[in-house]
Design a protein around this ligand. Sequence first.
Ligand code: SF4
Ligand code: SF4
Length: 405
Amino acid sequence: MQTHLSPDIQNTPAGKAAESILRSCVHCGFCNATCPTYQLLGDENDGPRGRIYLIKQMLEGKQSAAKTLTHLDRCLTCRSCETTCPSGVQYAKLLEIGRQIAETQIKRPPKELALRKLLRKTLPYPKRFSTLLGTARLIKPALPGTVKQKIPQKRRYKQWPQNKHNRFMLILDGCVQPSLSPDINAATANLLDRLGIHLKNIPQATCCGAVSQHLNAEEEAQRFMRQNIDAWWPEIERGAEAIISTASGCGAVLKEYHHYLQHDVDYAEKARRISELCKDISEIIMDEDSEQLKTTNVDTAKKLAWHPPCTLQHAQKITGHVETILTRAGYTLVPVADQYLCCGSAGTYSILQADLAQQLRQNKLENLQKHQPEMIVTANIGCQTHLQEATELPVVHWITLLDSA
Ligand code: SF4
Ligand code: SF4
């Protein structure tokens, strides 16, 4: 695609990156076929090809930032289009540039600004989020139905194993996950303990930066990233083998630290190391001798429906691991149609674009429940909570299921 970016953007790092990505797109439109918002809305501007064109026109000074941002806001950042694109267009990177630039050129309505600020000031802070969730649970009966539905049931906290092993790995505890589902990381610690690996949680580590990044607060996101690097670095120097993520959304961002901090002379090299060390828990279990995890307690008749989060399959490009691990453990996975499609959770999307998110969830649940599974398993707290709001079936992280067997 030919480009003529306006002179004020052309020679900036963002302008150069955008130009190179725009030029790699041949405008074939294959990506539209697997885009969830294009499927729902049928509007070229709500598909990847149209969004790419809107960004190009905005960067050339031919399109208003307001119109562009409306359609970029509706994008889930699910990256299904990247998986489909035969030309390897780095859509998500272009999207971030487009969003950042459009955001500086328009003023959002006050209500929208306030909601986005509220999300940025609560979700990435575990104590604030935990207080908010605790209060919401206390006053739940008095809340309206739509809000009530968003408050998940309390999950039991599990003890972490106390054994020490020579081998050790770090875990990203996450920001909302410890309050919503504290059993996930405890299950991970238990399973790794059985494999002879000690799992360390460093309390100074914080949110991965995804929430701020998704809400176009780039500098804030980078502050979180630097804080995590500082928290983990001494343990990395002591020989930590990996940094494990049990939420694929966070893992996808950790694996991009090298990209986000590439221009930071003090952190670029460390960020590269963090991205190298970051592993989804499914990658670790696949690589280890899983014979040690074999148990006789698996209910092999139990039928599971697997929902692979977009951040696992499209962003991290991890496919087949969880299915293999669960099948090897003895579980039966039912077929699920259109697994490439997003469930609508997508970070803060389910709050900011609630109508679209609910339609996507309804379609997703129809596919997941079609063959009467007894449980839905997934790999990201966002998908887990979003899906659980609208189904009676239990929705759990696969690692908790494996630990309970
Ligand atoms: S992003 Fe890829 S699939 Fe989509 S129009 Fe461009 S080249 Fe074609
Ligand atoms: S990231 Fe997802 S929603 Fe956005 S354009 Fe690509 S496929 Fe569509």
